[in-house]
Write a protein that binds this ligand. Structure first.
Ligand code: HEC
Length: 103
């Protein structure tokens, strides 16, 4: 019994690390995004809060946004295009989109 109780925090810590790692990696990947975006202010692209306000209640928007960041493009906020990000994995991109839509 004692052994079981002692091992619980370890299991918890382990599963936490498993989940935290991809999130940490994808947020680090976002460094490049801040060249054109900020959380609150429009820079070259719209602020992440504006993006969240527009899309957070649309379930289908998530996949579209992942595709848009990956392929780049313009038209939804103006004529300035976002560059393509072909090297970021879909998993990382969907974590970023989840984070943006949680704002
Ligand atoms: C070179 C500047 C630039 C960089 C770097 C950039 N963006 Fe953008 N982003 C834009 C612009 C400009 C728009 C508006 C595009 C439009 O009008 O459709 C935009 C739009 C978006 C949108 C909304 C798309 C839509 O169709 O409404 C999301 C989400 C987004 N960016 C996320 C990101 C993320 C995440 C990164 C980093 C991986 C990133 N952007 C990097 C310029 C950039």
């Amino acid at each position: 019994m004692n052994k079981l109780i002692l091992s619980m925090p370890l299991v918890f810590l382990f599963s936490f690390t498993l989940h935290a790692e991809p999130i940490k990696r994808s947020l680090e990947n976002m460094n490049g995004c801040y060249a054109c975006h900020s959380v609150k202010l429009k820079v070259i692209g719209p602020s992440f809060i504006e993006i969240s306000n527009r899309y957070k209640n649309q379930e289908s928007a998530r996949m579209q946004l992942v595709k848009k960041i990956k392929e780049g493009g313009s038209g939804n906020w103006g004529s300035v295009p976002m560059n393509a990000h072909p090297k970021i994995s879909d998993t990382d991109l969907s974590l970023m989109v989840d984070w943006i839509l949680s704002l």
